[in-house]
Design a protein around this ligand. Sequence first.
Ligand SMILES: [Zn+2]
Length: 54
Amino acid sequence: MPLYEYFCEKCQREVSMAMSISQHDKGDATCPGCGGKELRPLVGTFFSKTSRKS
Ligand SMILES: [Zn+2]
């Protein structure tokens, strides 16, 4: 199972969790710490701004 990284708005920390691609596609992620769904995905959003090549 792939590992996805999120930032939980409630816990104010990064969480990583393993889930299936179909779960991920449904937006079915829940924080393992608080069980909340206020998760911001970190993958692909964090580094894309600075890694631009001209
Ligand atoms: Zn949380």
